[in-house]
Write a protein that binds this ligand. Structure first.
Ligand SMILES: NC(=O)c1ccc[n+]([C@@H]2O[C@H](COP(=O)([O-])OP(=O)(O)OC[C@H]3O[C@@H](n4cnc5c(N)ncnc54)[C@H](O)[C@@H]3O)[C@@H](O)[C@H]2O)c1
Length: 277
């Protein structure tokens, strides 16, 4: 299989799929980001070895199945390619068009988009029946769910093959309609956005809001820790798309989020967000 993009999701999906036995070719824009991605996976494997959840030999075998390239032609022979580039429709359309040109006719092309209409990406190709969403969650190695996005034009065979792929990665698959936010983000993002609005109104500090939602709802992390994990730039793009689709005020991004992204505060990925890392 092929993966396009070596950010948070590209790296997590690469780790999950090589551990599931797939041979993975990862397309990265720069050798530096490719190297960083491989280092992230190695560090994660080391933690698993230290905890006794993996052996050195398994780690080497898994890493052997991963190759990194900056030539899109290296994906030509993949059976499945998942794009995980930045949540920007123009960039994703460009990537899909290029994949359609280089990949063999039978390749399934999938997107990890959180909110964009998958059918628009499908329509940018000459194989709309073989394009769907495969929406992994963050961290992809830990989260059990994959949302499989069924467009109006995708073939049943594609959906079945992609469901089988999700199961082979030991994930739970739910098939969802091609609508912004699918299931999880449509429900999660009003909550995250309203947490920022509570903070703006001074109802409580960010630490207390996080503590409240962990202790009061049993969530493993509070909304601000989660926003930092998702990436504030990605969260803003998701809210903008949801607002664009539904015009529901719950999706209108909180001003503080917009200001933080303008200030270059992206969360964990660049070590500064609601918290410092
Ligand atoms: N972060 C999350 O929690 C999460 C969860 C599920 C799905 N997603 C989705 O996954 C996708 C990637 O998100 P991420 O969190 O990995 O983002 P990220 O910022 O960590 O990585 C983005 C990747 O896109 C690449 N990129 C940026 N501009 C590009 C361009 N012009 N051309 C080609 N590549 C470019 C970057 O080099 C990087 O590899 C998005 O569609 C996002 O909505 C994110």
């Amino acid at each position: 299989m092929g993966i396009v993009g070596s950010g948070i999701m590209g790296s997590g999906i690469a780790e999950t799929t090589i551990e599931s036995g797939y041979k993975v070719v990862l397309l990265s824009r720069t050798p530096e980001s490719a190297k960083m991605m491989v280092e992230t996976i190695k560090a994660s494997f080391k933690k698993k070895i230290d905890r006794g959840n993996k052996t050195e030999d398994q780690s080497l075998e898994d890493l052997d199945r991963l190759s990194v390239t900056n030539e899109i032609a290296a994906l030509s022979n993949c059976d499945l390619v998942i794009e995980t580039v930045v949540e920007d429709l123009e960039v994703k359309l460009r990537v899909m068009r290029s994949l359609d040109t280089v990949c063999k006719p039978s390749t399934i092309l999938a997107t990890n988009t959180s909110t964009f209409p998958v059918v628009e990406l499908a329509a940018a190709t000459n194989r709309a029946g073989q394009v769907c969403g495969i929406h992994f969650f963050n961290p992809a190695t830990v989260m059990k769910l994959i949302e499989i996005v069924r467009t109006l034009v995708v073939s049943e065979e594609t959906i079945q093959r992609v469901c089988a792929f999700a199961l082979s990665c030991k994930k739970d698959a739910v098939v969802v309609k091609d609508q912004a936010g699918f299931v999880v983000n449509a429900l999660l993002f009003p909550y995250l956005n309203n947490a920022i609005k509570l903070l703006e109104r001074g109802v409580a500090t960010k630490d207390d809001i996080d503590t409240a939602m962990k202790g009061g709802c049993g969530f493993p992390m509070g909304p601000f820790a989660l926003l930092d994990l998702i990436g504030l730039d990605t969260a803003l793009s998701i809210l903008n798309s949801l607002y664009g689709e539904f015009k529901d005020p719950n999706y209108a991004p909180a001003p503080l989020l917009k200001r933080m992204v303008s200030a270059g505060m992206y969360g964990r990925k660049n070590k500064v967000g609601f918290y410092n890392y």
